[in-house]
Design a protein around this ligand. Sequence first.
Ligand code: X2X
Length: 347
Amino acid sequence: MKSRRTLITTALAAASMGLALGLPTAAQAQNYKSEYRMSLVVGTAFPWGKGGEIWANKVKEKTNGRINIKLYPGVSLIQGDQTREFSALRQGVIDMAIGSTINWSPQVKQLNLFSLPFLMPDYAAIDALTQGEVGKQIFTILDKAGVVPLAWGENGYRELTNSKHVVKSPADLKGLKIRVVGSPLFLDTFTALGANPTQMSWADAQPAFASGAVDGQENPMSIFTAAKLQNVGQKFVTMWGYVADPLVFVVNKEVWNSWTPADREHVRQAAIEAGKEEIAIARKGLADAGQPLLKEIEGMGVTVTRLSADERAAFVKATKPVYDKWKGQIGTDLVTMAEKAIAGRKQ
Ligand code: X2X
């Protein structure tokens, strides 16, 4: 029989070996949950949900199964109320999430930056923000707000759709009932355009399109196709590229601190890799020459309107007062920094 002393020495040696290998010690492993809950607005049929699946799989692989993640699409942990996701993350109702900047902007006002109308004219402009100093600053703000931000993803350019007619000018929007989400900034933008905006969750929006309770909405074309919005009357699309919402990969702080430093690094690396892959999926058919995704959508009997430079300028002009008002609310310094980053972007 081994002496008590030998047993203790053996246990200590095993523990320090575990540390050297980046494995959790027995005590740390006890703090690991058997499952971590990842919140998402949409499921794996969408680039966003696919990003969640990629992240979860990579984490499982890199941590040898120590960290197991289950996906909760439809923001089901908070009964579909996507604007409560950030608070729930902070409180630990949600362990981790890939969230849209729009849905978290009621709690983190600086995230409204990405919802400023016509701030980002092209994909290079989005990258200039998320991959540069502005992105770093936003991560510092998110960290101070109580979550651990790890990587950027993308929902995409939010194009205008409706069930009534072709929209080519602000005048065409007059009186159209448009569903918007998240921040009061969207109410201001659509009011300035002469529309009749109404705020509702994504869960409530789809039946509202089907019943005709609302006429239109704005969302990336990848959301349009995966949710089959053409089947709920959304027959007219206007490619105006007025706003794009990035996604942010985050973890609850307590959960993060419960992991070993090595496992934290695995989760971060997995998020960065998954974010890159997710962005490529989100841009598929839209960032490529000829935008093949739009041809596919036209093939479904949808009228896709591409604006001329002059037509687009009329929308920019109509929303300029909203931009100016919100620049102050978001923070003049941050918005100016973003404008400069975009002006100096690599094309
Ligand atoms: O609700 C929306 O429009 C969606 C799915 O794009 C977001 O969660 C921001």
